[in-house]
Design a protein around this ligand. Structure first.
Ligand SMILES: C[C@H](O)[C@H](O)[C@H]1CNC2=NC(N)=NC(=O)C2=N1
Length: 90
């Protein structure tokens, strides 16, 4: 973790640390595809604005998100910031 972010707030919010500790993950569940994709669309606009993009998978109302800073090879404050934004948008 190059910028040694404080993970406590996002872990308390339901994110989990990957086994290699280089990413945080969370699964969101929405009532249907439109709600899930609406969330993804709102999150995508923030991701693009901040030039920090999620790795994610969607299946109907489910959105599995992994956040890591590929350029840093691990977690940075950018992941925490996007995680908190995604929670606010969900
Ligand atoms: C060229 C551009 O700045 C990079 O590809 C950005 C874009 N979004 C990114 N998102 C994430 N999560 N990690 C990165 O390293 C990253 N790099």
């Amino acid at each position: 973790m190059s910028e040694t972010p404080d993970l406590a707030p996002v872990l308390a919010a339901g994110w989990s640390l990957s086994a290699d500790q280089r990413a945080i993950c969370k699964t969101y569940r929405f009532p249907d595809f439109v709600a899930a994709f609406g969330f993804m669309t709102r999150a995508a606009l923030w991701a693009e604005k901040w030039n920090h993009h999620p790795d994610w998978r969607n299946s109907y109302g489910l959105v599995e998100v992994t956040l890591t800073s590929h350029d840093a090879g691990g977690l940075t404050a950018r992941d925490l910031k996007l995680a908190q934004k995604m929670d606010a948008l969900a």
